[in-house]
Write a protein that binds this ligand. Structure first.
Ligand SMILES: Nc1ncnc2c1ncn2[C@@H]1O[C@H](COP(=O)(O)OP(=O)(O)OP(=O)(O)O)[C@@H](O)[C@H]1O
Length: 465
């Protein structure tokens, strides 16, 4: 049986519960397919999942998950449902991760005494090295010891409290969601977990390589947002921040200048290198002891990749992106949302498409169409165009549009640098009647703001019927 419209196989029948006894300093690793559920309950002892403790006797439900339940002192867990993979591992890098946490705590205490910002930590490493999991773990530990770290996701391939394609930052001073990872962002429905208030920018492309100039500009804007947050939030300032980076930036020297840009803009002073000797030595050469834009040197620390980190294939990643998009509009099994569909005329929306760098080159060549009269004011800026104003067309059907905070005809730089109100989904484009069917998370008219269309996330045909 299949759930209509969701392209998921229905939950398989629940196998009889199994009890696992996990020895101290070990973890139970498991993978659950999308569309099936596995329930886990902590029966005795203590356990955590990526730095967030499990409450005793509470049932946690996992679907489409690859994760590990770690115990420092030993525990018993009850598992119901069928895992694709499950095993217990005694060898984990958790002690070294905990040592990093204690070292960061020391820096935080010193920063509080000196009235400075806490450590600004950037995590680098190839794809599937465990960067996000390490940041979740260190964020969980920092929150548990009373801190409120800012977590910055600079990887547009995956969303953090937002849709893929966006770059977000949020303060984590409260418990994270054991089942969902980063938890939920403010939505139009109630949430059992404290919601986080992310600041969101749109990149709209899968990789910084797709448009490094635009990525660097959005990075600069995000770093300003983080500095601004530090200036009005003492708890976050003292705890510092964690910056997650796209794996592609660590895979080959071509993109090290982008890593350098992130490190400089965020005044990074701790660089954690996961899972690559060669990257570590490159980073040491580039950064160790070098001064960032503040007066502090950068410490480069090598950490082992966990043996539990799983390579995720394209089909899994695609499913994960679609789940994130669906949850943004419709909620999850804990809180159902009620998005609204409405018809709008083409004339009611102003949509900008991100210009590919190759097109920019063409438009700058003699005879190129740089002086396009249909383009809005460039606010006195004469650089290459960042966006192209486009009329809706069939190719836009099933796409996500980012709703900025700026007026429809704002200069390109203002559109690029604007944080986002949210996202809408183009359910249908009727070129003949010049009408769009739009799905928005809340009711009311689509705000009269500049909308941005990127190539990422890719179109998602099955979101609404
Ligand atoms: N110890 C572990 N046991 C089981 N699964 C794990 C473990 N650590 C991480 N994973 C899983 O492995 C996958 C990859 O990990 P993660 O997302 O942290 O890597 P990453 O370096 O951030 O990847 P990318 O750069 O590609 O986004 C995730 O699904 C994560 O939940």
């Amino acid at each position: 049986m299949a759930l209509p419209g969701l392209n998921l196989s229905a939950a398989t029948e629940i196998a009889a519960p199994v009890v696992h006894e996990i020895q101290k300093d070990s973890e139970w690793r498991f993978e659950v397919a999308f569309g099936s559920n596995v329930e886990v309950k902590l029966l005795s002892g203590t356990a955590e999942i990526f730095g967030t403790e499990l409450a005793p006797n509470q049932t946690y439900t996992f679907s489409g998950a690859k994760a590990a339940i770690y115990t420092w002192h030993g525990c018993r867990i009850q598992v119901s449902g069928t895992c694709q993979v499950e095993y217990t591992a005694e060898e984990t890098p958790m002690v070294s991760y905990a040592n990093v946490h204690f070292a960061l705590e020391k820096l935080r205490r010193q920063a509080a005494i000196d009235g400075r910002e806490g450590p600004r930590v950037m995590v680098v490493g190839p794809d599937n090295a465990g960067k996000t999991s390490l940041i979740r773990t260190l964020t969980g530990y920092a929150a548990k010891t009373g801190g409120q770290p800012l977590v910055v996701n600079m990887d547009s391939r995956e969303g953090m409290l937002g849709i893929p394609g966006s770059l977000t930052a949020a303060a984590f001073g409260t418990l994270m969601d054991v089942e969902e990872g980063w938890g939920s962002s403010p939505t139009s429905g109630p949430s059992p977990m404290p919601v986080k208030m992310p600041v969101v920018y749109f990149f709209g492309l899968p990789s910084p390589e797709s448009n490094s100039a635009m990525y660097k500009s959005v990075t600069t804007r995000m770093a300003l947002a983080v500095t601004e947050r530090f200036s009005r939030d003492v708890a976050s300032k003292e705890t510092g921040c964690f910056i997650d980076t796209p794996g592609i930036l660590s895979q080959g020297k071509n993109n090290y200048d982008i890593l350098h840009h992130i490190a400089t803009e965020f005044s990074v002073n701790v660089l954690l290198v996961l899972g690559s000797e060669r990257l570590h030595s490159d980073m040491l050469r580039r950064f160790d002891g070098h001064r960032a834009s503040t007066d502090e040197p950068i410490s480069v620390i090598k950490l082992l990749k966990s043996g539990g980190v799983v390579d995720r294939d394209e089909a899994y990643m695609r499913h994960m992106r679609q789940t994130q998009i669906r949850e943004y509009f419709f909620g999850d099994n804990k809180s159902t949302l009620s998005p609204h569909t409405q018809q709008v005329d083409f004339s009611q929306v102003t949509i900008y498409k991100i210009v590919e760098p190759s097109t920019i080159l063409t438009s700058l060549l003699p005879g190129g169409d740089e002086d396009n009269d249909t383009e809005p004011s460039r606010g006195g800026f004469h650089g290459p165009p960042i966006f192209e104003k486009v009329e809706p067309s069939l190719s836009m059907q099933y796409s996500i549009l980012a709703v900025t905070h700026v007026a429809p005809n704002s200069p390109h730089e203002d559109i690029r640098d604007s944080s986002l109100m949210g996202f809408v989904y183009v359910a249908e484009v009727d070129e003949q009647r010049k009408k769009l069917r739009i799905l928005a998370p809340v009711s009311g008219r689509i705000p009269n703001k500049a909308l941005v269309w990127g190539t990422w996330p890719e179109g998602f045909a099955d979101l609404v019927g």
